[in-house]
Write a protein that binds this ligand. Structure first.
Ligand code: FPP
Length: 194
């Protein structure tokens, strides 16, 4: 039987917060905290690959994050774009496949384009699947799924009487992903938000 002490989670999810507090504690601007967060993403990707973790979800930008000051939103989008562009060769080297979840249509065109490019380039990698959640909120995700289901019910493509948890989950952004086994919040806070 497998040794439970050596059991490796199949899917790890990380809420990337505490960057601002990390920077403040060092007398640095918030953006330096976000930058340090991006650096640790790379270490994390390599470690997950080595340990045999199959899926890593990073909650990098929530639907609520749009309410942050415009300058911070722009800085985060730039950091993300830069990271994906710069790191594509490293993703290839480490056999990482990129996927994204969230309301991507809300992102600047440039970021959407860059994401599509990296997703396409890495689609045949069969090591770790890196899922980056952008403009993501689980309530928004549920509403999006409900809206699509209602549209299909209206056209008669689906009968409301047939709806069950399995069918519903196929309408979520996470349809192709197994449920996370371990959720880490990097600030150390113990709560889930949206
Ligand atoms: C939330 O808490 C953190 C964010 C809104 C940004 C996280 C995103 C990155 C670090 C960008 C890099 C991501 C990838 C996938 C390359 P907070 O850090 O604002 O700080 P607080 O909790 O201390 O207020």
């Amino acid at each position: 039987a497998p040794d439970p002490n050596k059991a490796i989670p199949r899917h790890i999810a990380v809420i990337m917060d505490g960057n601002g507090r990390w920077a403040a504690a060092r007398g640095l601007p918030r953006r330096e905290g976000h930058r340090a967060g991006a650096v640790s993403v790379e270490e994390c990707l390599v470690a997950c690959g080595e340990l045999g973790v199959r899926y890593l979800t990073l909650y990098a930008f929530s639907s609520e994050n749009w309410k942050r000051p415009q300058a911070e939103v722009t800085a985060l989008m730039t950091l993300l774009t830069h990271f994906l562009k710069e790191k594509t060769p490293r993703l290839m080297q480490n056999n990482v496949r990129l996927q994204v979840i969230g309301q991507l249509a809300k992102l600047p065109q440039r970021n959407q384009r860059q994401l599509r490019e990296t997703i396409e380039k890495t689609k045949d990698n069969d090591g770790l699947t890196l899922v980056v959640a952008l403009s993501y909120g689980s309530r928004e995700e549920i509403v999006d799924a409900a809206r699509r289901l209602m549209e299909e019910a209206k056209t008669g493509a689906i009968d409301p009487a047939d709806l069950d948890p399995e069918t519903f989950s196929r309408y979520l952004h996470t349809a192709a992903l197994p449920d996370p086994d371990l959720l880490i919040r990097t600030s150390g806070e113990c709560r889930v938000s949206n």
